[in-house]
Design a protein around this ligand. Structure first.
Ligand code: ATP
Length: 630
């Protein structure tokens, strides 16, 4: 493992709850991380901190891990930080004794609230020294802030944040504000935090000695932890199991559990039917229709008369309130012996009268929260393509053929509500081509092609796997894939579009640099109704200055900026090199980025977070691959 400057030993502070780890110790690590760009060094810095914290206290380790990823709860609980700019500005003004207008101006000039508050605090004369903050105090107050709702919630939140800011010293206020914004922006990705935690656990289990461990030991520990978290995404429980059973044995104690979302398996793009046989090298495979709806992971568990059904999106969000009709039909499609299950399905808008699939656009007009089933206007049918868990047993390591057998044995199609994904186990290119055409006639997007037997056909949570290929009609026709891009700004409309926005600035995401890079301006593909609803939705995340992690050039500067919240799917004629757009900057040409020619809006991607947008590496790959095709 990489060696870094030895971390200062943690000196505990006295608090009402007893001796605790100071928040400042963690902030000092953040500061060191921010000063380097070397990934191994970043991992080592946070690892060494975790090694110390592990010896002090389990709960504080969990709190520290959550602060590192700027979260207060697992994603599926829907409790998020990401406090609005106006509350933060108010709290900074009150904690630093300045006019809110002044704080706003400084924010516009400096572009970073973290720096604004740090400056404000350092100019302040404090008469008495505030009590130092502990890691757990900060974490628990963050949770309280995130869960406060109701009529006077703005006041309460502002009060709590002002209180924390008042107690900050040194660099604490900067990281505190950034965490409240929902991102630390120090180059510390969640996957790095997981690696550091796994390494720390392995070192601790080797009595604090890292030198006698081999690289494979670290690799094994990291793989274990990542695998477990993709199947059981609850840090509190996983960390508890590390203490109880050791990092190499956690997989046996944190297994798939209905009501906890599994990170979905993803597919690689395949451009032509005849490449599939080559890719699978003689392994048997199945071709399924690729339905165009919303991925839905249905969880069900019955305990006596008590039953619970939870439906998760691709993004681990709890979508049960959107699909009460699916939840209430479980009893019809699950066989009599089914007591618990996790199904992987696509929920598709459905025309009951003609028994046909409706468009994705129709599905998007369904409300996010349906109060009463009777008010549903867009019916859905679920197309099940995988069974991950059945009656107390995880099935993901079984071959797909076996999982499919169990699916068909224990579940029954229900007209207009539930069906199995249509599939054919094919071997000839012509047959695949024909089946692809059929899928398009049936309003599907193309085919998903999956290996059927052996270990390569197990369900791989969170992986974009070579064992699942997606073959869309567009690829076959040479049109290329669409991109999922984040809306970061807007330009005022002219002529017919006065009053609405005339065009938007879109960005891809670079996870290594943690920045959104401008890729194109888009003004085509919108209906008048689209323009109105986009404006309404985007105006909620309007901000007064661009985020410091937006990469754009003056030439493309929009009139209005937005926080990164909305993801749009976009198609373009092709990708071209550009001196004014920053996407994949330097990856192909040292002084140019990549832009889209003639981009066209396709749809909103509610099921993707901004970090799941097309990455700059994918943009570079798409640019390169079109060169080959031409
Ligand atoms: P990606 O998930 O690959 O980043 P994406 O979200 O845009 O991209 P697609 O490229 O369209 O998704 O393909 C994968 C998605 O197709 C799945 O997440 C799932 O929602 C959907 N899907 C439809 N039918 C199937 C099927 N038979 N098997 C697996 N997934 C299917």
């Amino acid at each position: 493992p990489v060696k870094v400057k030895k971390a200062e030993p943690i000196t505990l502070i006295d608090t009402k709850e007893g001796k605790k780890i100071p928040f400042l110790a963690l902030c000092k690590v953040f500061e060191a991380i921010e000063a380097t760009t070397k990934r191994l060094e970043i991992t080592a810095l946070i690892r060494d901190f975790f090694v110390q914290v592990m010896d002090i206290d389990k709960e504080e380790l969990t709190d520290a891990v959550m602060l590192c990823i700027a979260k207060v709860a697992p994603d599926h609980e829907g409790i998020e930080l990401g406090i609005g700019e106006s509350i933060l500005l108010k709290s900074i003004a009150s904690a630093t004794g300045r006019q809110i207008q002044k704080v706003k101006q400084e924010h516009q000039a400096l572009g970073d609230l973290g720096v604004v508050v740090e400056r404000g605090k350092s100019n302040q004369n404090t008469m008495f020294k505030p009590k130092p903050l502990s890691i757990s105090k900060v974490f628990h107050t963050f949770r309280e802030i995130a869960t406060t709702s109701g009529s006077s919630s703005i006041q309460k939140k502002t009060g709590l944040i002002t209180g924390l800011l008042g107690a900050c010293t040194n660099v604490e206020s900067k990281y505190l504000i950034r965490s409240l914004e929902g991102r630390l922006r120090i180059g510390l990705a969640e996957s790095t935090v997981q690696t550091a935690l796994a390494h720390a656990a392995r070192i601790r289990e080797n009595d604090g000695d890292s030198d006698s461990l081999a690289p494979e030991d670290f690799l094994q520990a990291t793989e274990n932890l990542k695998q477990v978290l993709s199947e059981f995404p609850v840090y509190t429980h996983v960390i508890d199991s590390i203490y109880k059973y050791g990092i190499n044995d956690i997989a046996n104690h944190c297994t798939l559990t209905p009501t906890l979302p599994v990170k979905p398996m993803l597919a690689k793009i395949e451009k032509a039917a005849d490449d599939i046989l080559r890719r699978f090298e003689g392994k048997p495979f199945t071709c399924e229709f690729k339905y165009d709806g919303e991925r839905s992971q249905i969880h069900y568990v019955a305990d006596g008369d008590e039953t619970q059904c939870v439906i998760f999106s691709r993004n681990a969000e709890n979508n049960t309130a959107k699909y009460p009709d699916i939840a209430s039909s479980v009893k019809e499609f699950a066989g009599p012996n089914v007591k618990s299950f996790i199904l992987d399905c696509e929920a598709v808008a459905w025309d009951k009268i003609n028994g046909k699939i409706r468009s994705f656009q129709t599905l998007s007009s369904r409300k996010r929260k349906v109060e009463n089933e009777a008010e549903i206007t867009v019916g859905v049918c679920c197309f099940a393509f995988d069974l991950l868990y059945l009656n107390g047993e995880a099935l993901i390591r079984m071959p797909l053929r076996k999982r499919r057998e169990l699916l068909r044995e224990h579940f029954v199609p229900v007209q207009n509500k539930f069906q199995f994904a249509i599939s054919k186990d094919l071997t000839e290119v012509e047959d695949i081509q024909e089946f692809l055409e059929l899928s398009i006639e049936e309003n599907c997007e193309g085919l998903m092609i999956k290996t059927l037997d052996g270990s390569t056909s197990s369900y791989e949570p969170s992986k974009r796997s070579m064992n699942w290929l997606k073959l869309k009609k567009d690829y076959v026709d040479g049109l290329g894939d669409s991109l999922d891009l984040v809306v970061i700004g807007a330009y005022f409309g002219k002529g017919k579009r006065v009053g609405a926005y005339g065009a938007y600035l879109l960005a891809c995401y670079d996870p290594d640099r943690e920045e959104y890079q401008a890729i194109c301006k888009i003004g085509t593909g919108f209906s008048d109704a689209d323009l109105e609803s986009h404006k309404e939705k985007l105006d909620e995340s309007r901000i007064s200055a661009p985020k410091p992690y937006y990469a754009f050039s003056e030439k493309t500067k929009p009139d209005i900026w937005f926080a990164p919240t909305v993801v749009w799917e976009v198609k373009a004629a092709d990708l071209s090199l550009s001196p004014i757009y920053q996407a994949a900057y330097g990856e192909i040409d040292p002084s140019k980025g990549v832009s889209l020619r003639f981009p066209r809006f396709i749809r909103i991607r509610d099921d993707k977070t901004p970090e799941m947008a097309t990455s700059s590496t994918q943009v570079a790959e798409m640019y390169e691959s079109q060169k080959i095709n031409h």
